[in-house]
Write a protein that binds this ligand. Structure first.
Ligand code: F6R
Length: 630
């Protein structure tokens, strides 16, 4: 939530990069806009003053403002794209916020929880405020400390010292970036429970909420720890804790290139990412098993003996990632016979869950920064649980704080609504389940090899669905006026139904619900009236028990009450045709793996319907990609 960029460039005697801070910061904001798009703003230090522009709405509004009223050339700048928390999405509440006679500019991601009491204290000192934000309070506190406590003396530690003292007083979660006209070659930043990475250039350095903030300029990044402050100049990066004790950051190489974060000829990032899915699954499978079908998850640095002693698994996640967790539950319980619960991170954190050293926590997060999940993982660790993170973002906080990580290799996911990360998460969770089964001897090696062989066929099958997307796109366009759509599924089809509904809610802003098909008769069937569209995810007729027959009965129940049924079924399932207005066939695959296929038509449907309504599918209203507040 909120995208943050900082830049100091072009030091004397080094490579002349020729970068104007405005260009670097704007480019970074363009790439980070998926983190929030309620407003955008920028501040540069030039000619001994701070110059800033800010505008409510998308980044394009700020760009128009900058064209009308350009900023001076500069080597030092900060920029922000906002997801509103305190105060509405207005020009006044947009960042940067200024203090110390407008010589200090601050941008912020997170929530300052004690802002009200700090504000009262500053008001008593005669400080005036121009916005409703907690950020302006942090800016004012920083300005007050710099001017009144440190006497504006840059030799006394200047802005870095002021930031340390301010952070000692701030509560909550925050990334703060500050520039001061007195120190034109410096950006100072702080982080507590909110993301921030440093980019290392040659004669220039960068800050970003994530590496996409500077990926056009460098792939050398430095991870920061909790409660750290970093001061960058063009040539130096100095890290301390909030009390000035020096600290080390961990450097790493960013292994994706800027082109992978471009639309690649598709009209939207979301459409491109849907089409990335065969590769996302493939990359997540690659290198994780040997020719004999033996899983080699070397990155899982948890002692195998500990994994053998696990007697309960709790999957923690939010939103789409939680639906991936629900799919994982079916597979893990089936393969490993370990009781597996799936819980929304924010619900887990604030009850009194039963967790001990034999509990394995599996967190699932695309961003690795979701605050609800981070807090839940920390809480579980405090109770003695072992923690494994399934994550798509290298170096992010949740994997860093977990005992082990299994990275999904979906590549950068830019569209706010998750697609390829979901399939990659499910794939990684399957690998984890199979690995546990292998370790604990629940499955013969040959059985594991067979499942892996089926998994390896999935990318080509997803591609087959994508090659035939026209039919489902047409339906999405034709249903642009739908007021409500229901989704039904059983077994692993149930989380798929919920994911299909979530995609439609967040992209097309229409009422959509996913139900367990068997639950319908316990209440929700009352919603069915003439013409109500109902998607049904039908399991394979070759699958276990009478699952298929039960779902077919559920289709008949809703049709008898006037529903218009749209069925996702396996190729060759002729039986469903009689009960469906539309049938979309997916290739044959074992039931447990079917979510990797049945989700795809639902994603395409939501994309097509929302596009037909003229909505921005990459940046749906009210949302942000990375939810870094609780
Ligand atoms: C929906 C979506 C969200 C995220 C959720 C968790 O399309 O993207 O529901 O899945 O906010 O985010 P991560 O996976 O980053 O923890």
């Amino acid at each position: 939530m909120c995208g943050i960029v900082g830049y100091v460039g072009h030091s004397a005697g080094r490579v002349n990069t020729g970068h104007n801070a405005l260009d670097v910061v704007l480019e970074g904001l363009r790439r980070l806009e998926y983190r929030g798009y309620d407003s955008a703003g920028i501040a540069v230090v030039a000619d001994g003053t701070i110059s800033s522009r800010k505008k409510s709405g998308k980044l394009s509004n700020l760009v128009a403002e900058l064209e009308a009223s350009p900023l001076p050339e500069s080597l030092t700048g900060i920029g922000h794209t906002r997801w509103a928390t305190h105060g509405g999405p207005t020009d006044q509440n947009a960042h940067p916020h200024l203090s110390d006679g407008d010589r200090l500019a601050v941008i912020h991601n997170g929530i300052i929880e004690n802002f009200a009491e700090l504000k009262q204290e500053l008001l008593r000192k005669g400080v005036t405020f121009r916005s409703e934000t907690d950020t302006e309070v942090a800016a004012a506190l920083l300005g007050d400390i710099y001017r009144n406590q440190l006497k504006g003396d840059a030799s006394n530690g200047g802005l870095t010292k002021a930031m340390q003292l301010a952070c000692q007083r701030l509560e909550g979660a925050f990334t703060l970036l500050a520039v001061h006209a007195d120190q034109p070659d410096v950006v100072v930043a702080a982080r507590r429970n909110s993301p921030l990475v440093v980019g290392l250039g040659d004669g220039e350095n960068f800050l970003g909420s994530d590496v996409s903030g500077f990926i056009d300029y460098t792939r050398r990044a430095v991870e920061l720890g909790q409660d750290q402050i970093v001061t960058i100049t063009a040539d130096t990066v100095e890290i301390t804790d909030f009390y000035g004790t020096p600290a080390e950051g961990k450097e790493y190489h960013v292994n994706w290139d800027p082109a992978s974060a471009e639309k690649g000829g598709f009209p939207s990032f979301m459409e491109k990412e849907i089409h990335d899915q065969p590769d996302a699954v493939l990359q997540t499978l690659l290198g994780r098993s040997d020719v004999n079908g033996k899983l080699t998850l070397d990155e899982l640095r948890v002692d195998p003996e500990l994994l053998k002693s696990v007697d309960k698994i709790i999957v923690l996640a939010c939103g789409t990632s939680a639906y991936a967790g629900q799919v994982a539950k079916y597979a893990i319980e089936h393969w490993c016979r370990i009781p597996t619960e799936v819980e929304l991170s924010h619900e887990f954190r604030y009850r009194d869950p039963i967790v001990d050293q034999n509990t394995l926590i599996v967190s699932i997060s695309q961003s690795g920064e979701t605050m609800d999940t981070l807090m839940a993982v920390r809480y579980a660790k405090e109770q003695g649980a072992k923690t494994v993170s399934i994550c798509n973002t290298n170096g992010s906080t949740i994997p860093r704080e977990s005992d082990a990580v299994l990275y999904t290799h979906a590549g950068p996911e830019i569209a706010v609504a998750s697609t390829k990360a979901f399939l990659a998460q499910i794939t990684a969770a399957y690998l984890l389940g199979l690995y546990l089964a292998q370790l604990r001897g629940n499955k013969f090696q040959g059985e594991i090899k067979d499942v892996l062989a089926d998994l390896n066929k999935i990318p080509a099958k997803i591609q087959q669905i994508l090659d035939n997307e026209a039919q489902i796109k047409e339906l999405g366009q034709a249903m642009a006026d739908a007021k409500s759509v229901l989704f039904l599924g059983r077994h692993v089809g149930f989380p798929v139904a919920m994911e299909g509904a979530l995609k439609l809610k967040e992209l097309a802003y229409i009422h959509a619900e996913g139900f367990a098909a068997g639950e319908l008769k316990h209440g929700p069937i009352a919603l069915i009236e003439e013409g109500q569209p109902v998607f049904v995810v039908v399991p394979s007729p070759r699958g276990r028990d009478s699952l298929h027959a039960k779902v077919v009965s559920n289709i008949q129940e809703v049709r008898a009450r006037g529903a218009k049924t749209i069925v996702i079924a396996e190729e060759g399932d002729e039986a469903v045709k009689a009960y469906a207005e539309h049938v979309f066939y997916i290739p044959e695959t074992p039931t447990l793996l079917a979510p990797l296929l049945s989700t795809v038509p639902l994603q395409i449907f939501a994309l097509a319907l929302a596009s037909a309504k003229g909505y921005d599918v990459d940046q749906p209203r009210n949302l942000a990609k990375s939810v870094t507040v609780e």
